[in-house]
Design a protein around this ligand. Structure first.
Ligand code: ATP
Length: 322
């Protein structure tokens, strides 16, 4: 199937006072229409930078040093600023980790949703208001007429996240990026938010990229998983294939570190070592090599490490596959 989004060999760096951070290194990833893909990795692996590069909202200190981000075949990185602003919302939108912080604290939530609808349509005020209530009902906000007049501080974290989702869906995007959408929410609310996101993908055919470090959450909700480590996608495959037979040693370690996936508590293990400092000028081609139990001399040979097929829809970047 033709991908909706195709990130090809994307490299992003940050200039800092303490050196250049090589945050993404020739990162490649495809997202198909209507699929739910989990982008998993530990803190600092580059999940948010990837999302921000797609959305065109990278920090000022960021530099894109190579690659393409194709959305339905068009390179977003070459789009002018106005066209990109117009694309955002209709093409893709993002839900942020901290819903309350992402909202304007001094504007009623209904007005904030109305602003998004108005920015992307020529609807009358009355039609915009009707659309806002429709969106609030869609994300199951109880008593939407009253809640539309509320300010973020008057709503719970779960309700704020529903407002965030309503705003993200206001322009019916083809791709929804959910960046840690349930962090900080209790388990019941977490399940309700994930059900809402899944329902959206199923009913409207919206592709969803769920960014999380919660492997169990991703495994339970996603069709495919992409595993990131230190600015690389190291493995991507259908969820069932990764759970049944992870091929990259980092993925295998990640699965062994999750109580509900490890099998038994005796098999629970942490991944040794930590991610390399991404400011290092001598980062090896495989950024996992220094933590890897399967490292061989050929793993350190110069040259980029490509993702290669090792099964149906299963790609892995490793020079020493079992
Ligand atoms: N504005 C910035 N300036 C300098 N470095 C940055 C900046 N933003 C991100 N980075 C660096 O880029 C790398 C990737 O960061 P990113 O936030 O994408 O990781 P992440 O996987 O989303 O982590 P988390 O799960 O903690 O959100 C990290 O090394 C981070 O320190």
């Amino acid at each position: 199937m033709t991908p909706l989004l195709s990130i090809r060999a994307l490299s992003v760096e940050f200039d800092t006072r303490h050196g250049t951070v090589h945050a993404l290194d020739r990162l490649s990833l495809d997202i198909a229409p209507g699929e739910i893909i989990g982008i998993i990795g530990e803190s600092g692996s580059g999940k948010s930078v990837t999302a921000h590069a797609v959305m065109g909202i990278l920090d000022r200190a960021a530099r894109i040093t190579g690659g393409e981000v194709l959305f339905q075949g068009e390179n977003l990185l070459e789009m002018g600023r106005r066209a990109r602003d117009g694309w955002r919302g209709r093409g893709a939108s993002i839900i942020f980790q901290n819903p309350r912080a992402a909202l304007n604290p001094i504007r009623a939530v209904g007005d904030q949703i109305a602003d998004v609808v108005a920015r992307h349509s020529s609807l009358s005020r009355r039609a915009i208001r009707a659309r806002v209530l429709e969106l609030l009902r869609h994300v199951r906000i109880p008593d939407p007429e009253r809640r539309a007049r509320a300010y973020p501080f008057q709503l719970s974290g779960g309700l704020c996240q529903r407002i965030g989702i309503a705003m993200a869906l206001a322009c019916a995007p083809r791709l929804l990026i959910a960046d840690e959408p349930t962090t900080g929410l209790d388990v019941t609310t977490q399940a309700a938010i994930m059900a809402l996101i899944r329902e959206r993908a199923r009913e409207a055919g919206t592709a969803v990229a769920l960014i999380t470090h919660d492997v169990a959450l991703a495994a339970g909700n996603c069709d495919r998983l992409a595993i990131m480590h230190a600015g690389h996608v190291v493995e991507v495959a259908p969820t069932a294939a990764i759970l049944a037979r992870p091929r990259h040693p980092y993925t295998a370690g990640l699965l062994r570190s999750v109580p509900s996936l490890a099998g038994s508590l005796d098999q629970l293990q942490a991944i040794p070592g930590s991610m390399p400092d991404l400011r290092r000028p001598d980062l090896p081609p495989c950024r996992f090599a220094e933590r890897c139990p399967r490292r061989l001399p050929r793993c350190d040979a110069p040259g980029p490490l490509a993702l290669t097929a090792c099964g149906p829809g299963h790609l892995v970047a490793c020079r020493n596959l079992p």
